[in-house]
Write a protein that binds this ligand. Structure first.
Ligand code: HEM
Length: 423
């Protein structure tokens, strides 16, 4: 049982309210946290204490070096107790999050299997679809001269790509979109009106996704007589075996939930933060536009660094340990704040500057080095680059004309709406 208590009144990034403030205030507070050893801070009060009790809080880790150290030591910093600060019941967490809330060897077995969907060959097949899809998304809005960049442009691509990867039909995409918004945005009243019923809404959304995926997996299982690398990931998974055992439909459905949740909001928010920063730094936009393919790879890394769409991932200590000059007892929650590490003055020159040619750029937006490093990182990079190339080719003077409408969440650094114009 954790024994640590909150003794600090430092600004608290574990709370959603920390993130819906003026950008400069957020940066100042993160810098102050980085300048001191890790602190133990309170967590959000549970809305449903009978099911999820309010926990004691957790250690806030903000320095780049400390995040690398924790990520490289999964035998001490475990993912198996949950990846957000909430102490969600384990069956519930695994239902929603699959291997991301497992430690090795269970995690490694699953990861090996599902990696079949992320080979370079599969990636190239998907990218053809990304290009076609990006062109269609731009076709749909180009005559309007204005749109909600998040809803009309950024959100559509990643969703379609994950659905293509899994073989989900076009007709179900809107349903998948609504369910994922509820799962990740449940703390925000725009997605779940009745905060008291947030957990019910999340469960319903999860059951909706799981039911859909189970139906599709059953059908693909019945129709297929084996799988090749060219098949969709669901067909590969229904035919796959781990240690002589086949994955259940429930395992496949949980993995699908992980993919739609992990692959959508993150890529969408990267693109949206990208437009915000490109608008604020027109000279950087011009540098990228002058050499789309040449500058693309570094520009994409810089977008992911500055956006840090996954604000933090939680770990739980399995033994007494020491991190960032602080003793941390076994059983404590530890929040690895990637977004703070991505502005660490010890690692990044001019960390607040948005520099599309930044190199080197050892950001931890996709996680630190370790077994859970983002499986979809290459796919995400390619999507962001293809989407921006399409946008720049066809709407070269696109710019954000509103301030970001921020998602109320400490886990996802999100923009709900961002008006964009072009002529
Ligand atoms: C810019 C977009 C993205 C960002 C910033 C991002 C970030 C992350 C982060 C921080 C982690 C956890 C790392 C850790 O715990 O050490 C992660 C894991 C993961 N991501 Fe991504 N991600 C992105 C896009 C995607 C996409 C497009 C997919 C798939 C379609 C995806 C699939 C996954 C999966 C399956 C995991 C779990 C890996 C494991 O537990 O072994 N991600 N991602």
């Amino acid at each position: 049982m954790p024994t640590t208590e909150v003794t600090s009144d430092a600004p608290n990034p574990i709370l959603a309210e920390f993130w819906v403030r003026d950008a400069q205030a957020i940066e100042d507070d993160l810098a102050a946290l980085r300048s001191a050893p890790p602190v133990f801070l309170a967590e959000e009060e549970s809305q449903i204490p009978d099911i999820i009790p309010t926990g004691p809080g957790g250690w806030v880790i903000t320095r780049h070096a400390d995040i690398l150290e924790a990520s490289k030591n999964p035998q001490v910093f475990s993912s198996a107790e949950g990846i957000t600060m909430l102490d969600t019941p384990m069956e519930f967490a695994e239902f929603f999050s699959s291997m991301i809330v497992m430690d090795d060897p269970r995690h490694a077995r699953l990861r090996k299997l599902v990696s079949a969907g992320f080979t370079p060959r599969k990636l190239n097949q998907l990218i053809e679809g990304v290009q076609v899809q990006a062109a269609q998304i731009v076709d749909n809005v180009i005559d309007q001269g204005e749109c909600d960049f998040v809803v009309d442009l950024a959100a559509r691509l990643p969703l379609k790509i994950v659905c293509d990867l899994m073989g989900i039909p076009e007709s179900e995409i809107d349903t998948v979109f609504d369910h994922t918004n509820v799962i990740l945005g449940a703390g925000d009243p725009e997605y779940v009106a009745d905060v008291d019923d947030a957990m019910g809404a999340i469960l319903n959304a999860g059951l909706g996704l799981s039911g859909l995926m189970t139906e599709i997996a059953e059908k693909k299982d019945a129709d297929s007589t084996g799988a090749t690398e060219d098949d969709d990931l669901t067909t590969i998974l229904v035919n796959a075996e781990v240690d002589g055992e086949k994955l259940s439909y429930a395992d496949i459905a949980s993995f699908f939930i992980l993919l739609v949740v992990a692959g959508n909001e993150t890529t969408r928010n990267s693109m949206a933060w990208g437009l915000h920063h490109l608008t604020q730094n027109p000279e950087q936009k011009a540098i990228w536009q002058a050499d789309l393919d040449g500058v693309g790879p570094t520009a994409v890394e810089e977008i992911v660094r500055i956006a840090s769409p996954v604000t933090y991932m939680r770990r739980t200590t399995l033994e007494d340990t020491h991190l960032g000059g602080t003793d941390i007892p076994a059983g404590d929650k530890v929040a690895l704040f990637y977004i703070a590490a991505n502005r660490d003055e010890d690692v990044f020159e001019n960390p607040y500057a948005f520099d599309v040619k930044r190199n080197p750029n050892p950001h931890v937006g996709f996680g630190g080095p370790g077994p859970h490093f983002c499986l979809g990182a290459h796919l995400a990079r390619r999507q962001i680059q293809v989407m921006y190339s399409e946008i720049f080719n066809r709407m070269p003077n696109i710019r954000a004309t509103s301030e970001p409408d921020l998602l109320s969440s400490s886990f996802i650094h999100g923009i709900k709406h961002l008006t964009a114009r072009w002529d």
